[in-house]
Design a protein around this ligand. Structure first.
Ligand code: SF4
Length: 457
């Protein structure tokens, strides 16, 4: 069994090496004259790779070129970005992370019999410079921080396991922007992304981003001006517009991150919203379903089945028509085989160092100040995730909390994981009770939509 694992991993490594070499050749070719060379790029790939390897990806790319679709427009948009930033992104994201990194991850996964993540999310600080409704992060400077040395140690350990993607959450990560830039310089082979409110992005920071080349912001937007400022504070929408304008002027890549609720789902899934962020220059948009996490989080903001279905359909529709790469965190599980937490694809480390399976699951057995990353991946709640994934065969019901609350309840109790909520520890029963009615109501719609998906294949 183990021998077969090694053989498979050698084959994977060979495929990755060949693909990596093809990617380098194609990227260099495209850089010379993107407009003219795009249509010829796939001929090179076909010559370099044997038939049958990465067939569906190659077909999708070829279709995008021939049809001059929204995907083709997006690729062209990427080629209008700063050349150094773009080349670094391709090197770090495709070659280091997706090819070299995934081969190492597969090998260690088999050897250690635990999950090894593609990305690590971490909170450099719990502090924030805004006071958003429903968010606990408060005055900046006075809260918990992961030191530069700790983050560096996490990254060094991560790279040994093939992890080259680091994603900052918070708090407001940009409160620590000097340290974030230092980390970019210390690890030029990694790609860094930050979920940020955008208000601390200025001209000087853009110039620093051009210098380090491996930092990409995802700016939070809750909808249009009234909804956004209603939650985040007056004037924040305008500050976000200013940040996007600056990033666009400097030819820097950025994305939008948005959380959909029963209150804003219609705005954020409207054509007007998509057009606004495309026009502003965003190259990706990340949609998150509201999670009732925390003692004070209210279930009333959970979208109804009709509302979630609307978001699901709208995002899929605009994926076919708008030049932006959109991800629907809760409804896209089919593309990644279900829940990606617990280190299967990612994990989260909060500003106190608690290692959590997911950014939304605040329960843990270990703290990174006392253990290695590998120890954390083998801790009881991470192994419970490893052993139980996927949590549901229906990929529109992927979550052990939101759509299958009895599963999280059982895992937390069985593993003895403790609440890591920094402000007010939330008992797992309190959290899961809030999701019970939602899970039941969503089930029939999830079955209907998943049935449609399976028929459409
Ligand atoms: S635990 Fe839930 S929210 Fe987190 S990755 Fe898994 S499915 Fe998504």
């Amino acid at each position: 069994m183990y021998q077969r694992g090694i053989e498979m991993s050698i084959i994977e490594t060979m495929k990755n090496t060949a693909f990596s070499s093809a990617v380098h050749t194609v990227l260099n070719y495209l850089e010379k004259d993107p407009e003219t060379n795009f249509p010829k790029a796939m001929d090179i790939v076909d010559k370099v790779l044997p038939d049958g390897w990465y067939e569906s990806q190659r077909a999708a790319f070829r279709r995008a070129i021939v049809e001059e679709s929204n995907w083709y427009q997006l690729i062209q948009k990427v080629y209008q970005l700063d050349e150094g930033v773009r080349k670094t992104f391709f090197q770090n994201f495709i070659v280091n992370s997706a090819l070299k990194g995934s081969a190492i991850q597969t090998e260690i996964k088999q050897r250690e019999n635990c999950n090894i993540p593609w990305a690590i999310l971490l909170d450099p600080t719990s502090a924030c410079n805004l006071h958003c409704t429903g968010c606990w992060a408060a005055e900046y400077g006075s809260k918990l921080n992961l030191s530069l040395e700790t983050i560096d140690r996490i990254i060094r350990q991560g790279k040994q396991m093939g992890t080259y993607m680091y994603i900052y959450t918070g708090g407001e990560p940009m409160v620590r922007k000097k340290d974030l830039l230092t980390l970019c310089k210390m690890h030029p082979d990694c790609e860094f992304l930050a979920f940020t409110n955008g208000t601390l992005i200025d001209d000087e920071f853009c110039r620093e981003m051009l210098r380090v080349k491996n930092f990409v912001p995802a700016i939070s937007l809750e909808g249009f001006e009234v909804a956004n400022d209603g939650r985040r504070g007056e004037g924040v929408f305008q500050k976000v517009q200013d940040a996007m304008r600056l990033l666009k002027e400097h030819k820097l890549p950025f994305g939008i991150s948005t959380c959909y609720t029963s209150a804003n789902y219609a705005d954020i899934s409207s054509e007007k919203f998509f057009d606004m962020i495309v026009e502003a220059g965003a190259v990706f948009a990340w949609f998150f379903h509201y999670m009732p996490v925390g003692n004070e989080a209210v279930p009333e903001l959970l979208p109804t089945p009709v509302q979630r279905k609307t978001v699901y359909k709208q995002i899929r529709k605009f994926r076919e028509t708008k030049p932006i790469f959109s991800m629907d965190f809760q409804n896209d599980a089919e593309y990644v085989g279900g829940c990606i937490a617990g280190g299967r694809n990612y994990l989260h480390i909060n500003a106190a160092g608690d290692v959590e399976p997911c950014v939304f699951i605040h329960y843990s057995n270990v703290n990174i100040h006392d253990c290695s990353l590998l120890d954390a991946l083998k801790s009881p709640i991470f192994m419970a995730y490893h052993d139980a994934q996927p949590f549901n065969a229906n990929m529109l019901r992927p979550c052990p909390m939101l759509e299958n609350p009895e599963k999280l309840r059982t895992m937390v109790k069985r593993t003895g994981a403790k609440s890591t909520d920094l402000r007010s520890p939330e008992p797992v029963d309190h959290l899961c009770d809030k999701c019970e009615a939602y899970a039941e109501e969503w089930k029939p719609t999830a079955e209907e939509l998943w049935g449609e998906r399976k028929k459409g294949r």
